[in-house]
Design a protein around this ligand. Structure first.
Ligand code: ADP
Ligand code: MG
Length: 706
């Protein structure tokens, strides 16, 4: 059990819940089966098993008295078997079950005299009903001393366990025995007042009924109790963490806005959007508060986060501090630097760029400038967190595209604050994540959302085409290039089939070069196997408008700004996740021209991929896409979560399905902390106990905090 399912203790075992239930009350008598039944469940005894070959030739016939009239039992040649026919009987009548596939596997299990629960769709065959490929379950045993109900739990298992005799029935018996021996020692984890206020059943009742439900109602109550407990304790842990930190983490007080801020603000060629203004106010309030800011800034691609970052940095500068802005890649850092310098021009604030490729001499000068305070804003990559980078007075650290940074790297940045005071932290992400996930992933951070795009953006037209229509796509590209537009062509790159992917990329590139030859056209290519110089050369050619087409892997995914590029073509679209597609699409639609995103799909696309593609064509709203993505793939697989990871793994609740309960749990946790911020009240003692236990010890598991 430990090796196969990771179950080591009685506690693990009784915390291992069924994934579905067989409903014994839902058993239909064979005589009552009707042609309108979508599916039926029967409980019946096997009376005859026959293996039938070509031309209805009976190869094997097993009857109740054990005589074998034709053929021998050992000598069955399964490759000659066309189907297996099993006749089963209950008190009301008999019917046939048929297998065309998997006969070799099922046949040995079909002992005459055995009683099983069969589940499937009945079809009319001649005068009678039969079921093709029914599900077969061992009938509920009633589970030793525990079971009185009609619902029997079905547990996840493995082939190894099954082949070693741990069948469903055995699993039920093990559970019954485990509960019998250990339930009396299971403490109530939630205080009485919570059970009363929330109408929850006691823990022991919940555990007994999740494994051996008395009836549907008891099962629902058990499920609600266990889900609520899980979500509530997690939210309580996160909120408590947030509370403790906001109390204890002293922050550098920044009371002023400062001249630099005003100079920059006044010279902006546009008005800030309402959302940008609101977010800057929130940030400013944090920086004035005396507590360390820990804020997440979520905003769709193109929503203007850079502007917010610059103005925040200028507040720090206006209060005699330095600020750093950290980007995940060299290309992005450079682009930020170029943009930010424009904004800084009217302020006289000195900034610098520090990346892995900064030369030794420049590097030394930058290090000095940071130490003596002559450089106020430093923009860079991971190079910023190296040990020898010291600040005179770092007051604000801004991290762009947060999910690419690891925990330790963040911790290093924290430690660079002035006089042992951690800098204010602003994490920016363009990956919209669903609300329930944000509540959990960033449950201990304050969250600001820019939910408004700058005015004047034209919607991006998103189209899908089958790859066989490529000639038409090329015609379209040609017409766009004639209008002076530039085009991105993106290929997927996924590690396992890297070689194949590069082949696809290179073939695609060759094809495009052939169709769009020199000297009329220029096609650039960028991928991860190039050296930095080659990459940069190609990117620059495209950014400066010297190349019409940029063929690339997803290296351009994040941040790159080329306003004249108005067409995004995504090859092998079925291989991308929704949020990645959304990020890619966000690369266009930044200039004045009408923009397009063309999704190129294969001839055979799975239903789920098609759903994603349709959704992309339907909406441009990143949050809506993220919600759908989570429903399609589950929260664990969503981009942006793999690296930071959920602070705990949920056992029974689901972020995708239990959004309402999660909100209820969070509101309730908030209310409790409002009355008793440190959980010192005697009545909350059981909660403190639970939070100390491994699972909810978020300080240990949670990646956002150092
Ligand atoms: P993000 O980083 O959120 O993807 P950026 O900060 O790169 O977005 O902004 C995208 C573009 O929008 C930039 O060219 C920027 O100059 C412009 N921009 C930002 N704020 C505004 C605004 N309030 N009005 C008009 N344009 C804006
Ligand atoms: Mg950006």
């Amino acid at each position: 059990m430990e090796r196969e399912l990771g179950l080591k203790t009685f506690g693990d075992l009784i915390g291992f819940y069924p994934f579905r239930y067989i409903d014994r009350s839902g058993i239909t008598r064979i005589a009552d089966i009707a042609s309108t039944d979508a599916a039926v469940q029967i409980m019946a005894r096997i009376v005859r098993v026959r293996l039938i070959g070509v031309g209805s030739n009976i190869i094997y016939d097993r009857v109740p008295d054990g005589t074998v009239p034709q053929g021998g039992s050992q000598a069955v040649k399964f490759n000659l078997v066309k189907r297996m026919s099993v006749i089963v009987q209950d008190a009301s009548g008999e019917m046939e079950l048929v297998w065309f596939k998997g006969v070799k596997y099922m046949f040995p299990k079909m002992a005459t005299g055995g009683v099983y629960v069969f589940f499937g769709k009945p079809s009319v065959f001649g005068q009678r009903y039969n079921i093709v490929h029914p599900e077969v379950d061992i009938p509920p045993s009633g589970g030793a001393s525990m079971g009185v109900g009609t619902l029997t739990g079905v547990y996840t298992s493995t082939d190894k366990l099954k082949s070693h005799g741990v069948t469903g029935k055995v699993m039920n018996r093990i559970m019954a025995s485990a509960l019998e021996q250990s339930l009396q020692f299971v403490p109530e984890t939630l205080p009485d007042y919570i059970l009363n206020e929330k109408g929850l059943v006691p823990k022991r009742f919940a555990l007994r009924n999740i494994h051996f439900p008395k009836n549907q109602d008891s099962l629902s109550k058990a499920v609600r109790r266990l889900k609520f407990e899980e979500l509530f304790l997690l939210q309580l842990a996160l909120l408590k963490q947030k509370y403790v930190r906001s109390r204890s983490a002293v922050g550098i007080v920044m009371p002023k806005v400062g001249e630099a801020f005003n100079a920059c603000y006044k010279s902006l060629p546009f008005d800030l959007t309402g959302a940008q203004k609101r977010v800057i106010k929130e940030i400013r309030a944090d920086m004035m508060s005396g507590h360390q800011m820990n804020r997440l800034l979520q905003g769709d691609v193109g929503s203007g986060k850079t502007m917010v970052a610059v103005l925040s940095a200028l507040i720090a500068v206006g209060n005699g501090c330095q600020a750093c802005i950290m980007a995940p890649t060299e290309v992005l850092a450079q682009q930020h630097y170029a943009n930010i310098q424009k904004y800084l021009a009217p302020t006289g604030v000195k900034s610098a760029l520090l990346t892995g490729s900064t030369g030794t001499k420049d590097r030394r000068a930058i290090h000095e400038g940071l130490e003596d305070g002559s450089i106020s804003i430093i923009i860079g990559t991971h190079a910023l967190i190296e040990d020898n980078v010291l600040f005179q007075k770092l007051g604000l650290a801004i991290i762009d595209e947060q999910h690419r940074f690891g925990v330790e790297q963040r911790a290093k940045l924290w430690s660079k604050g002035a006089g042992g005071i951690a800098p204010h932290i602003l994490v920016m992400t363009a990956t919209p994540i669903p609300r329930t996930l944000a509540m959990t992933l960033y449950g201990d951070l304050d969250v600001s959302v820019i939910d408004e795009l700058p005015p004047g953006r034209k919607p991006i037209q998103t189209l899908q085409i089958v790859e066989s229509k490529r000639p038409e796509l090329y015609k379209f590209m040609e017409s766009q290039i004639r209008k002076g537009r530039q085009i991105f062509v993106v290929y997927p790159l996924i590690f396992e089939n890297e070689k194949l992917d590069y082949k696809a990329l290179e073939e695609g590139y060759d094809d495009i070069v052939e169709r769009f030859p020199l000297p009329d056209y220029k096609v650039a290519i960028v991928h991860g196997q190039q050296t930095n110089e080659v990459k940069q050369f190609n990117m620059d050619a495209f950014a400066a408008g010297r190349a019409n087409i940029l063929v690339s892997t997803t290296v351009i995914e994040v941040g790159v700004d080329v306003p004249n590029a108005s067409v995004m073509i995504i090859e092998n679209v079925e291989r991308f996740g929704l949020s990645q597609l959304h990020q890619l699409r966000g690369r266009v639609g930044r200039g004045a021209a009408e923009s397009f995103c063309v999704l190129v799909k294969g001839t055979k696309v799975s239903k789920e991929s098609q759903k994603r593609i349709d959704l992309m064509c339907r909406t441009e709203n990143g949050f809506e896409l993220a919600e759908e993505d989570m429903k399609l793939r589950g929260p664990g697989d969503m981009e942006g979560t793999q690296q930071s990871g959920l602070p705990v793994s949920l056992g029974i609740a689901s972020l995708a399905k239990d959004g309402l309960l999660l909100q209820e749990a969070r509101d309730y946790a908030e209310a409790i902390l409002k009355d008793d911020p440190e959980l010192k009240d005697e009545k909350n003692a059981p909660l403190v106990q639970e939070l100390r236990r491994g699972k909810y010890n978020v300080a240990k598991n949670f990646s956002q905090i150092s």
